[in-house]
Design a protein around this ligand. Structure first.
Ligand code: FDA
Length: 391
């Protein structure tokens, strides 16, 4: 027997649950199917268990996509303020950690519980723990077979996310399904991901665990946040952010002294001529990092024995230290996946396919990727809301 619904949503992550809640509360009969045993697993592990659920500075320029205008409509109609209002309605306490990033004071479980409660208000049915074995389309109906059941609806919403962190149940299912219905997929690649160093630069791996406030640059893009040296290369928020803009073969520029002037070392020489480069750097940077950088700058002796020109050149190098990553830590460590279902295939108002009526795609499955800091969940909420309104 086939169960009939108004809409079938594949994926009970942030985007799928939001879409189900909105459509259900608008009176639609909704089924959500997820192969995981629990809904919202990525929400639960996000933000170190406290879920960075949105960013008060959400704006289209904080997203990467082949079409930089695509996200404007959904983000403009369901805003960070709308999601904050929902969180407040549920009495969930939260705080701004840094740079507009909002986290739960308590636990990410509160966000999942809130979304499930919103789904319950809309009488959305959530089927967990069964693999989807077949999807067919005929007579304006999408038929989904999962476990021992078959369900049918005139609308099918792809909300199965991207393939980052496969051990959490993430798959490339959304892309396979989109291709099956003739939709283009923009090449997926890991984003918000640590970078690896090789060659000469493996020496920096000895600094594993050391972090510093830096500006990380790639091309014209720059982020000022913490960078962290790891046993494989570079991580920390500044590096995760810049990784989304990095392509194989490009160098990454690191400004280790973002608060210091270009004449900093020359002034230091006047004030403390007997100080060494290493001790001077250690006044601004962690000790081990100061040691490694001063070894590489190779200016032995005290500052007084250096020319102003040599000190200025050293400052310049410290402000634009070039690293040449040889790769990333891949999808296993990537917080999100860049690329995905091409926005050219979708209406930015409704998220519905332009060529397959009734087929929608939302959340990370779509070629829209946010910066680190709550932007990706905001896209999940906004795109889920937009589709939920259109069903
Ligand atoms: P999501 O991946 O959440 O959900 C997809 C659902 O589809 C899953 O429940 C999955 O089980 C299901 N599914 C997949 N394949 C399937 C198949 N074949 N059959 C059936 N079901 C299938 N973002 C942010 O804004 N703030 C943060 O704090 C963090 N923190 C964070 C930490 C970590 C460790 C990761 C990995 C990611 C984050 N993110 C984040 C990113 C954020 O988690 C991500 O952008 C959203 O969860 C995307 O929501 P979706 O609903 O689109 O996909």
């Amino acid at each position: 027997m086939t169960d009939q619904y108004d809409a079938i949503i594949l994926g009970a992550g942030g985007a799928g649950l939001m879409c189900a809640a909105i459509a259900g509360q608008r009176g639609k009969r909704v089924l959500v199917i997820d192969h995981a045993e629990a809904a919202g697993k990525k929400i639960l592990i996000s933000g170190g268990g406290r879920c960075n659920f949105t960013n008060i500075h959400t704006a289209p320029d904080r997203y990467l996509s082949a079409n930089k205008h695509f996200m404007k409509s959904a983000l403009g109609r369901y805003t960070a303020a709308d999601f904050i209002a929902l969180v407040e309605q549920y009495g969930i306490a939260y705080h701004e950690k840094a740079l507009g990033q909002l986290f739960c004071d308590g636990s990410a479980r509160q966000i999942v519980a809130m979304l499930l409660e919103e789904c319950a208000k809309g009488r959305a049915e959530i089927a967990l723990g069964d693999a989807i074995t077949d999807i067919a389309h005929a007579d304006a109906q999408y038929r989904v077979t999962f476990g021992a059941r078959t369900a049918s609806a005139p609308a099918l919403i792809i909300a199965t996310g991207g393939p980052s962190i496969p051990k959490m149940g993430a798959t490339g299912f959304a892309y396979d399904l989109a291709r099956k219905f003739g939709m283009k997929v923009v090449e997926p690649r890991p984003a918000l991901v640590p970078l690896t160093l090789g060659g000469d630069e493996t020496l920096f791996r000895d600094l594993s665990g050391v972090s510093a406030d830096v500006i990380a640059r790639c091309g014209k893009t720059a982020f000022r946040e913490a960078a962290l040296f790891t046993h494989r290369g570079l991580s920390g928020p500044a590096i995760l952010q810049i990784s989304s803009y990095w392509r194989h073969g490009q160098p990454i520029g690191i400004d280790f002294l973002p608060s210091n002037s270009a004449d900093w070392l020359v002034e230091a020489k006047r004030l403390k001529p007997r100080a060494t480069l290493r001790s001077t750097l250690a006044s601004a940077l962690p000790d081990r990092l100061a040691e490694t950088l001063s070894e590489r700058l190779a200016l032995p002796g005290d500052l007084a024995s250096q020319t102003d020109k040599a000190l200025q050149a050293a400052t310049q190098r410290l402000a634009a230290w070039q690293f040449h990553p040889n790769g990333t830590e891949g999808l296993a460590k990537a917080e999100v996946t860049l690329g995905g279902i091409s926005t050219a295939e979708l209406s930015s108002q409704t998220m519905e396919s332009r060529t397959s009526p009734g087929l929608f795609a939302i959340g990370e499955a779509v070629d829209v990727t946010g910066w680190l800091g709550g932007y990706n969940f905001q896209w999940a909420w906004s795109s889920g809301w937009a589709a939920g309104q259109a069903l």
